[in-house]
Design a protein around this ligand. Structure first.
Ligand code: ZN
Length: 260
């Protein structure tokens, strides 16, 4: 628990919420992640953020499994085209505030960048069995671009970013940044859901509830997609109906009630 003693009361409360979000994602019956799969993060004050330490387990996460990092230090890695494994290791360890905490996840780079997007305070990444059925298939682009039921639009947004498979770590962080900026240029808003081909999914939100709702709904949508595909589908929602869901006042109310 020592790493949180340096934080302000507001940041400590955020780190406590991050621990709870991690455990919620790691719940075994949800099939979102097993063992040390996945990672989580939250924005903190003083240009810092908290991220899961490498090798820790979401289901049983404690405060000592979160490492507080200097955001700019981590983001400076994105300006470099290539770093070798030992340089990455060194940079990750140097980014720890006061040199405290365990080695941050190698995915800390994409977490730092995503937490810089407007309205993004928490990020959750996991490897759901349901979504990976599609992300390891030729239908991944359909799952990213199309929607099949209204609650998928409400919780996951009107479309998702799809990132082709690249090596986890710095190449993945570069690919996520480039694809997300492309999505923002087209949709004029940050995505809620990012899909990583042959890998997993990332949810972004203003609260832990928004992140969890997005991950759970993405997982449910993936199950429905696979079932519908086995029956010759899915039948996708028309784009004007997707826009209509996004504009309905009762859906906006429901989004606020869900903390989205
Ligand atoms: Zn992953």
């Amino acid at each position: 628990m020592s790493i949180t003693k340096l934080q302000s009361p507001i940041d400590q409360e955020r780190l406590t919420r991050l621990v709870q979000l991690s455990r919620d994602i790691g719940q075994a019956n949800r099939n979102l992640s097993i063992l040390a799969e996945g990672n989580t993060s939250c924005r903190l004050g003083l240009g810092q953020f908290g991220v899961k330490a490498s090798g820790s387990c979401l289901a049983t996460l404690t405060a000592s499994d979160i490492t507080v990092c200097d955001t700019q230090h981590i983001l400076s890695m994105l300006d470099t085209e290539h770093l070798n494994d030992s340089e990455i290791e060194q940079k990750l360890m140097q980014a720890r505030v006061e040199g405290l905490g365990r080695r941050p996840s190698c995915e800390a780079v994409f977490h730092a960048w995503l937490l810089g997007l407007e309205g993004v305070e928490f990020v959750g990444h996991c490897h759901p069995t349901s979504a990976n059925q599609i992300l390891c298939s030729p239908r991944a682009q359909d799952f990213a671009d199309r929607r099949i039921f209204p609650d998928e639009v409400v919780c996951c947004g009107p479309a998702s970013v799809l990132v082709p498979y690249v090596d986890p770590g710095l190449p993945l962080a570069h690919a996520i940044r480039d694809r997300t900026l492309h999505f923002i240029r087209i949709h004029a808003q940050a995505p809620r859901l990012i899909l990583l081909q042959n890998h997993g999914i990332i949810a972004l939100g203003a609260s832990p509830a928004a992140v969890l709702s997005c991950l759970l709904m993405a997982s449910k949508a993936a199950e429905i997609f696979v079932g519908a595909a086995s029956l010759g589908g899915p039948v996708f929602m028309p784009s004007h109906e997707i826009q209509r869901i996004g504009a309905r006042p009762d859906e906006a109310y429901r989004q606020r009630a869900l903390g989205l």
